[in-house]
Design a protein around this ligand. Sequence first.
Ligand code: SF4
Length: 196
Amino acid sequence: MKDTYTYQIGESLYLNLTNRCTNRCTFCVRNGKETYEGYALWLRTEPTAEQVLSEIGDPKRYREIVFCGFGEPTCRLDELLFLCDKIHERGGKTRLNTNGHGSIFAGRDISGDLKGRVDRINVSLNAPEEGEYDELCRPLVENAFQGMLDFAECCKRAGIDVRFSVVDCIGAEKVEKCRKLADRLQIPLRVREMIE
Ligand code: SF4
């Protein structure tokens, strides 16, 4: 069976660039799952940007093209940037769903690269403070929580439409703390339901 590089949910097309990730979240949709929404998203090999582009076709057929698969899209930054440019050239819209570790992974602030390429960024906030974040997300990188906040702030300062998200399974009290943190950083927060 062929690897799934792109998959459609609703009116959006999702791009599955990698299975690598800098977190090992306890609630990750990948845990113990072979498929998501009927799509097999574990990859035998990561796709080239050209392979993904040929599957996208005309991006205007979709509401938006979303970088979000079984892994962290910014682990493939060059391919992501290339695809954003091509999608924009063809009149499409782009969104990045990320754990916010792109700058940590690249070893530099990548917000300037994303500006003008990614139309919207959803950053998984997940927890209101470092200890809880580390427990929930089990990061593989140093300074993961603060690095994620810094990334979101840099993207906001660069003029990108940035939102935070949390999963409701963390409980109402922690969601409220996340809301206060997001308010302080002046970044909108979306509370989403846990995907079983
Ligand atoms: S950051 Fe996303 S892909 Fe990575 S482990 Fe967490 S939920 Fe899964």
